[in-house]
Design a protein around this ligand. Structure first.
Ligand code: DX5
Ligand code: ZN
Length: 226
């Protein structure tokens, strides 16, 4: 038995003009979480959505909103996202070296679930203290592309990070994000990822429910072997 499988379509690839119906559609197709990419055009060269959109969306869905903060000052977003009704709050380790303890504390006080993300060039060891802390993060997001845009190519060399994490933390939620789809999922599943973000592969498919099912099956099968 492994850690619970979570398939999280990235709403970055959805039709933002119809976000409520897009989220509803994904839940009907079998999604566990909805991955919300929040970008500030500073930490990454793209600008997407923020707390006001999460707040509007929350009025239309009870789903778990897995927020991925690609922003330079994550602490400034904790209060607005708490009020907006976010579920998970995953910040980047690269911009939180000085204040991660305070960020985690505030996320938990707000009733959200804390996670930490790392970019491809960041060593996995940098997140260990956050997982081993007395007040730890509950999820580690391993970026498998450079953050900023959907539709990029999966970086298989990131799987070493996932393997190292899984060996050290058997029950941790390990999320992979970027370039995941039916052709790459087996690598991530074998390495030990259990939370799978998928944008273009799900939204670009004529049968998103089938893609979600395939992703889930692959993770379940890998967990049975290991
Ligand atoms: C990229 C975002 C991802 C992105 C994934 O910076 O963090 O969540 O939407 O999209 P795909 O699955 O298309 O690579
Ligand atoms: Zn993301």
């Amino acid at each position: 038995m492994g850690v619970a499988v979570k398939i999280a379509p990235s709403m970055l690839s959805s039709d933002f003009a119809n976000l409520a119906s897009e989220t509803e559609r994904m839940i009907q197709f079998g999604a566990d979480w909805l991955h919300m990419d929040i970008m500030d055009r500073h930490f990454v060269p793209n600008l997407t959505i923020g707390a006001p959109v999460i707040e509007s969306l929350r009025k239309h869905t009870k789903a778990y909103l897995d927020c991925h903060l690609m922003v330079t000052n994550p602490i400034d977003y904790v209060e607005p996202l708490t009020k907006a009704g976010a579920s998970g709050f995953t910040f980047h380790v690269e911009v939180s070296k000085e204040n991660w303890k305070e960020i985690i504390e505030r996320i938990k006080l707000g009733g959200m679930r804390p996670g930490v993300a790392l970019k491809p060039q960041t060593a996995i060891e940098e997140v260990f203290p956050l997982v081993e802390s007395e007040n730890p993060v509950e999820l580690v997001l391993v970026m498998t592309v450079e953050p900023g845009f959907g539709g990029q190519k999966f970086m298989p060399e990131m799987m070493d990070k996932v393997r190292k994490l899984r060996r050290k933390f058997p029950s941790l939620d390990i999320e992979v994000d970027g370039g995941l789809g039916p052709s790459t999922i087996d690598m991530a599943a074998a390495a030990g990822a259990n939370c799978i973000v998928a944008g273009s592969s799900v939204f670009g498919s004529a049968d998103p429910a089938h893609v979600i099912l395939e992703l889930r099956k692959s993770v379940q099968e890998a967990q049975e072997i290991n």
